[in-house]
Design a binder for this molecule. Structure first.
Ligand SMILES: C[S@@+](CC[C@H](N)C(=O)[O-])C[C@H]1O[C@@H](n2cnc3c(N)ncnc32)[C@H](O)[C@@H]1O
Length: 222
């Protein structure tokens, strides 16, 4: 199937996200608890100083609430394909009271996005690329480019191969476990993602090393 066929991407529930849920509906995921502070620090150098940020596959919404609080000059637009995750994002939004945090969009990376062309200054996605087939990475970058304004940034975070090398034995084992569940998914190399970005007109401009061997990759719409 070609990504351009615009079929919804149905991800098995067990790899969507694990976590806890508070009585008010706010979910928390352990990985997001760990990486929020380092992400905020790294994003300070990569996000635009003002404008709209579309967060794709926001998950629980804890990132969205923390990022909207950390970057008050940005309007944060969270999204997720999963209705349960969107309810959690809404609960985080309600609890935060933040005026720069929007209601979550129902956005499936594999189908046309409910966002106007050139409407946002940054697109951010965290811990998604290793969970989707490569064809959908292309789809993600194509849609991101369409919604970014001139000079906008596409920012992706997660675990990646460097060439054909894993950063650690733990990464090798995690990737093997993903591929055992679904041979179409798993780690992508930095080079593969950069090639896909270049094909869609997004230029690699920064690679930030993050805790746990993860990377934050930034691409510019020029
Ligand atoms: C591993 S979680 C990461 C969530 C969040 N970014 C974080 O780091 O905590 C992956 C997320 O991707 C979302 N997702 C799965 N398939 C998707 C799709 N086709 N389009 C958009 N989001 C999707 C899931 O619902 C889930 O919230």
């Amino acid at each position: 199937m070609a990504a351009s066929d615009c079929q919804p991407l149905v991800m098995p529930r067990h790899i969507i996200q694990e976590g806890n849920e508070a009585p008010d509906g706010r979910r928390t995921a352990p990985a997001a608890l760990r990486n929020t502070a380092p992400l905020i620090e790294a994003l300070r150098a990569r996000l635009p100083s003002e404008g709209r940020v579309l967060e794709v596959a926001s998950g629980t919404g804890q990132h969205a609430a923390a990022f909207a609080a950390a970057f008050p000059a940005l309007s944060w637009m969270p999204s997720d394909v999963d209705p349960g995750q969107r309810e959690s994002i809404t609960a985080w939004r309600r609890e935060s009271g933040l005026r720069n945090l929007a209601e979550p969009l129902d956005l499936d990376i594999a189908t046309p996005w409910p966002v106007a062309p050139e409407a946002v200054q940054a697109v951010l996605t965290i811990n998604l690329l290793h969970l989707i087939p490569e064809l959908f990475v292309s789809r993600l970058f194509e849609e991101a480019r369409a919604v970014l304004s001139d000079g906008g940034r596409m920012i992706v975070y997660g675990p990646f191969l460097r060439g054909s090398s894993y950063a650690s034995d733990g990464d090798r084992a995690f990737d093997a476990s993903l591929r055992a569940r679904d041979p179409m998914i798993g780690y992508k190399s930095v080079e593969t993602v950069s090639d896909i970005a270049l094909e869609t007109g997004l230029i690699p401009i920064a690679t930030d090393a993050m805790p746990a061997n993860n990377l934050l990759l930034t691409f510019a719409h020029q």
